[in-house]
Design a protein around this ligand. Structure first.
Ligand SMILES: Cc1ncc(C[n+]2csc(CCOP(=O)(O)OP(=O)(O)O)c2C)c(N)n1
Ligand SMILES: [Mg+2]
Length: 670
């Protein structure tokens, strides 16, 4: 234990004024036996209900749908078929095809879901298989959908959410029922919070056994409700195409977010003729295809005129943008606006790179001045939440006029800006640019506001560079961060995707590491979520195969998903994970001895992990490359070798356990 003392790092970082962000059990055999018996009974019952007679029941089996978009549930003709508890082999599927139809063309629920996903354009799925979804994963693979198999649904869910962000198309997570679905909620809620498109698909227990304590039974529709913008349960095979298409379309429409699909085990094993499947897929594609992905633009020309006028007449204008603008791929329009008007800009953490951090109008290193003194702030695809101090004094001036550009009307109603522009960031910026083009204005370098910001930036950057110039061993955070920064810069374009989590590690990294290309930074995000790291790395590597992925993570942050290093090695992904190992959450034990008493006072501190843990050996256990480094030379050599190899690697960087601060830069929230 050490007495608390003022932290040299926090004061030097404070000077550099940057954005704060932020069973299988032995009993399974018994279950199989019971399941097999149930299967025989249900076959008899279901055969009586078989729709080969052409009868349909549309009243009592309508699909369970919950949508925050108030879309009226679509009534789907329902047909119950014989149920299987195990994935039918092709020949079994043929046997269970309804009488009178060709026995060579029957599809089961797994195949139909896979077809619907592939037809919608899903190319990757992330997840953990098991009862009842293993066959679904295999069916999808057979149709060209790559399945990335994880150790834990949390990581797979984070991967799906980041994949949605990076590609602009919903990332898909597959989980088993009950506990798998619960683990997946981590990813689903992360997608909702970050406004990233994602669909979680879970198998669920047999419908006729629900409520009787079935294997991994859970009311999954109720469980996902707080974390999804839309959810649906297919209660019959015929409902599958509509459910899949609608969920995928909803995930990306309006404000993107998480959607959920529930497929009971019996539905996965029902069968349908190929002809009928094709017709249902075509209908679903018609209903939920293109129209859902239309971009939102609900602004009047007069509002655009007002926005232009506010910017034109502002004395101290500022453009703030976030990951909503990154998701909308608004970089070109932002670039035009900044070049044309000469207005300084400030990205939020994941907005970094939309315009290069090195741009002369980047106000990142003068953040307090920029937000504290601006009189008009155009905020694009960024929420005025805690990350932006709610847009309130004392961080912002009380007279600042906000022009908010957001895809969600509700967000604008919540923040009550001076002017709200509802629409996709790229489309709204196009209109603003057009509005300015006819009567252009530009502040210019000598404008007092631009000059004040640029002078503050120069001042803070030179203070930071002076800190970075010192080689401190045992490592503080700055010395290794500078080495990483320079190595990344040396790679040029395409820039690597940077993944970052941790407290001190992420805070310092955000200040020091430079982003020059859009969507090249993934971090703990709006929720400050630890554990996203490896899932994000995997998503980034498969979404952008031309880019190296570099993760810079605290040892605690890394530990949340560290087993996924095996996944990196299994798929041979070009990911280098650099772990800042300071022996725990924020580093060493900072409690004073008189602070702790009682029978467990000699236990390790809640913040402490095993000192000098051999994190690099984790990846070696699976055949990946591990490095243990403690000096600048060792770090440079490990980085140079692993960056060129483009193979999975973990660099374990030993950091002084007392170099950081408790809660990093969020001590005021502690
Ligand atoms: C899911 C989740 N659990 C717990 C936390 C609380 N928390 C914030 S930062 C952090 C880890 C900080 O330690 P480390 O990653 O080693 O970074 P360091 O400050 O040591 O560089 C934790 C556990 C969180 N943000 N998210
Ligand atoms: Mg740590």
């Amino acid at each position: 234990m050490v007495p608390s003392s003022p932290n040299p790092l926090s004061s030097s970082i404070a000077a550099f004024d940057l954005l704060n962000s932020d069973i299988r059990t032995p009993g399974i055999f018994l279950i199989y036996m019971i399941s097999a018996a149930t299967f025989c009974c249900s076959l008899v019952v279901d055969t009586m209900n078989d729709c080969s007679s052409g009868q349909q029941n549309t009243s009592s089996y309508s699909r369970i749908i919950s949508s925050r978009h108030n879309r009226p549930p679509t009534s789907v003709p329902i047909c119950t078929h014989s149920t299987h508890l195990f994935p039918p082999k092709p020949e079994e599927a043929q046997q269970s095809a309804p009488m009178g139809e060709s026995t060579t063309t029957a599809l089961d629920g797994n195949q139909l879901i896979a077809k619907a996903l592939a037809r919608f354009g899903v190319d990757h799925m992330f997840g953990v298989v098991g009862i009842p979804v293993t066959s679904l994963a295999n069916r999808a693979v057979s149709l060209g959908v790559r399945f990335i198999a994880f150790h834990n649904e949390q990581s797979a869910g984070y991967a799906a959410s980041a994949y949605g962000y990076l590609t602009g198309r919903p990332g898909v997570l597959l989980t088993v029922s009950g506990p798998g679905c619960v683990h997946g909620l981590a990813g689903l809620s992360n997608a909702m919070t970050n406004a990233w498109p994602m669909v979680m698909i879970s198998g669920s227990c047999d419908q006729k056994d629900f409520g009787r304590g079935d294997f991994q039974e859970l009311d999954q529709i109720a469980a996902v409700e707080p974390f999804s913008k839309f959810s649906a349960k297919a209660k019959s095979i015929k409902e599958i195409p509509d459910c899949v298409f609608q969920a995928l379309a909803e995930a990306g429409s309006g404000r993107p977010g998480g959607c959920y699909l529930d497929f009971p085990s019996d539905v996965l094993h029902q069968t349908i003729s190929e002809a009928e499947a094709e017709s249902l897929l075509a209908t679903a594609a018609d209903k939920f295809g293109e129209s859902e992905s239309e971009k939102v633009l609900k602004v009047q020309n007069s509002q655009i005129d007002e926005a232009v006028s506010l910017l034109r007449h502002a004395e101290r204008p500022l453009i703030v943008f976030g990951k909503g603008a990154a998701f909308a791929r608004a970089e070109n329009e932002l670039g035009k606006l900044v070049e044309r008007t000469g207005i300084p800009f400030l990205p939020t953490p994941m907005g970094k790179g939309l315009l290069p951090d090195t741009h002369e109008l980047a106000a990142t290193a003068a953040r307090s001045l920029a937000i504290g003194k601006c009189d008009v702030a155009l905020v694009v695809g960024a929420r005025l939440n805690w990350l932006l101090h709610f847009g309130e004094p004392p961080k912002w001036s009380k007279d600042v006029k906000f022009i908010l550009v957001d895809v969600s009307k509700e967000e604008i109603e919540l923040r009550k800006p001076h002017l709200g522009l509802v629409g996709d960031a790229k489309l709204v910026l196009e209109k603003i640019n057009l509005g300015i083009k006819d009567d252009p204005f530009c502040l210019g370098r000598s404008h007092s506001w631009v000059a004040a910001i640029s002078s503050k930036v120069k001042d803070n950057v030179s203070k930071m560079e002076a800190q970075l110039a010192k080689e401190v061993v045992p490592f503080n955070f700055l010395t290794p961060m500078k080495i990483i920064r320079d190595a990344i810069a040396g790679l040029g374009s395409p820039a690597p995707i940077l993944v970052s989590e941790g407290a001190n590690t992420m805070d310092v990294g955000r200040s020091v590491l430079v982003q020059t290309e859009p969507r090249t930074r993934l971090d703990a995000g709006t929720w400050g979520t630890m554990g996203v790291g490896l899932g994000y790395c995997i998503a980034a590597a498969v979404a952008s195969p031309d880019r190296l992925v570099v993760a810079v993570e605290g040892d605690s942050g890394f530990g949340f998903s560290a087993m996924e290093v095996e996944t990196l090695v299994r798929y041979q992904l070009p990911v280098v994970v650099i772990v800042f190992n300071n022996g725990g959450v924020y580093g060493g034990d900072r409690r004073s001895p008189d602070e702790i008493s009682g029978p467990y006072k000699d236990d390790p501190a809640p913040t402490s992990f095993i000192p000098n843990a051999g994190y690099h050996t984790l990846i070696e256990a699976f055949g990946g490359k591990g490095y243990l480094v403690g000096t600048p030379e060792e770090l440079k050599s490990a980085i140079s070798e692993s960056f060129s190899a483009r193979k999975p690697a973990v660099i374990n960087v030993v950091i002084d356990p007392y170099a950081g601060a408790e809660s990093g830069r969020l001590q005021h929230k502690n």
